[in-house]
Design a binder for this molecule. Structure first.
Ligand code: F0G
Length: 450
């Protein structure tokens, strides 16, 4: 296969810092062994997240100057609305400042105490927004499907036909399934879920943060869609659902933004009432006009075939190299990240000793590389009776790939760092939480090595 190259050239750069090992070790101590608490100017290669960390194109930067900052009915909103409706087919477009605001607003219209939201996997803030309403977030990942991100249709059917069926307020397909390895949801699965939702009169939504990457992976993996443009596949996926909420900090390729887009005008009206209370008027939703212009442009760029191929090929290459370096990599890779099974690399640690966080800290100490824990620190459940945590289903460490930011040389450096850590994996100590908040503990908790 010919070498893939980045389908862009670099016009503006910023320096990255290089620290000594002693400085990095001191940073770990001072941050309570939680990389969210380490300042970005102490990070050499930052693979914490692909959210809001992308590089905008020249066309996006120039769109910023075109921003219309009128409070109501700004031209920027109309452009954003047109692009979103053309992409999704949904006529009701509600901008918000980021994905979790969309989740809070949409769920507050659908869920309440005793109600249930079902998903292939709720992401961390998505789950938190469901639970904050007193509702239950149920994950039914289909772990054996070829697509990897599908929802377990048999489990959904059983729930809907059982005693709790009438409590289900919505089904959410997260595309791609971020918590479960960044794997795509297939069109066939979305259709099967839709059929069940129709039979029980339950609305189906997409958490569409990575809709373009999901579409590209469908083109790659489903022979029925080979040669179909990612934009068309995305449109088809949107057509199966009643609407979506989305963080546009991912596939909007902008630094901030999100949306709710819907078919139902009555539900949209209720969402807008909530929007005005906390986000802003319905034509800006907590964003500046210029943000909406940058997003509109980003949403056009993100379905470009060369761009998406580069995303998928870089993730595949990076995954292969990390595997050669001795890390247990989840395969096949998706687009936005490479996931590593930290429990497999560190079998001497119990899941309560937080292997993913232990590995994240070791990578930072070794080379100033920042990754994120999607294991027990992030998704484990605290026992209210004070017993040991219930571990997450998988102890994953994520190397997220910001869009259009790092070159293959940066990633080669990460591979070298990972190889050095893997070579002394048996000596990596476990972690203990010494201070944690009630919710979303991975963001702020403090830990110490055992
Ligand atoms: N849904 C998914 C699937 C996400 O991955 C995220 C964010 C959100 C919703 C929330 O969006 O951050 O704009 O409020 N994921 C980021 C990550 C933070 O690192 O994967 P937000």
């Amino acid at each position: 296969m010919p070498t893939f190259i980045e389908p862009f050239r670099i016009k503006s750069v910023e320096p990255i810092p290089f620290l000594t090992r002693a400085e990095r070790e001191e940073n770990l101590r001072a941050s309570g062994y939680n990389l969210f608490r380490v300042d970005a100017d102490q990070i050499t290669v930052d693979l914490l997240t692909d959210s809001g960390t992308g590089a905008m194109s020249a066309a996006q930067w120039s769109a910023l100057l075109n921003g219309d900052e009128s409070y109501a009915g700004a031209r920027s909103f109309r452009r954003f609305e047109r692009v979103v409706t053309e992409l999704t087919g949904y006529p009701e477009v509600i901008p918000v400042h980021q994905g979790r605001a969309a989740e809070r607003i949409l769920f507050s219209c659908l869920l309440g105490p005793g109600r249930i939201s079902v998903s292939n996997t709720h992401f961390d803030t998505t789950r938190a927004n469901v639970e904050a309403l007193g509702a239950l977030a149920v994950d039914f990942p289909d772990l054996v499907s070829e697509f990897g991100g599908d929802l377990d249709v048999a489990a959904l059917r059983e729930l809907l036909e059982g005693a709790d069926g009438s409590a289900v307020g919505c089904v959410v397909l997260t595309v791609t399934n971020n918590a479960g390895g960044g794997q795509p949801v297939s069109i066939a699965n979305a259709r099967a879920v839709r059929e069940l939702c129709d039979a029980h009169d339950i609305p189906l939504f997409l958490d569409a943060a990575r809709f373009a990457e999901n579409a590209y992976l469908i083109v790659e993996r489903d022979p029925a869609y080979s040669g179909v443009s990612p934009r068309e596949v995305a449109r088809e996926l949107f057509s199966i659902a009643d609407g979506c909420c989305a963080s546009l900090k991912k596939d909007g390729i902008a630094n901030i933004g999100g949306m709710i887009a819907l078919r139902d005008p009555a539900l949209a009206a209720t969402c807008r009432e909530q929007l005005i209370i906390s986000e802003g008027y319905s034509t800006y939703g907590g964003l500046a006009g210029r943000d909406l212009d940058a997003l509109a442009q980003g949403l056009l760029e993100v379905t470009d075939l060369d761009y998406l191929r580069y995303r998928a090929e870089s993730a595949r290459w990076f995954g292969d190299e990390l595997a050669k370096a001795g890390l247990p990599v989840l395969r096949p890779t998706g687009c936005h990240a490479v996931y590593v099974d930290a429990a497999e690399l560190l079998p001497h640690l119990s899941l309560q000793e937080l292997p993913a966080n232990a590995l994240a800290c070791a990578l930072y100490a070794e080379g100033g590389v920042r990754t994120s824990d999607l294991g027990t620190l992030c998704f484990g459940r605290v026992d209210p009776a004070g017993g040991p945590d219930q571990p997450a289903p998988r102890e994953l460490l994520r190397f997220a790939l910001p869009r259009r930011v790092y070159t293959r040389n940066h990633l080669e450096y990460v591979v070298e760092t990972a190889a050095a850590v893997a070579a002394r994996a048996h000596g990596i100590p476990g972690m203990r939480i010494v201070e944690q908040p009630r919710m979303l503990r991975h963001f702020t908790s403090r830990l110490e090595p055992l």
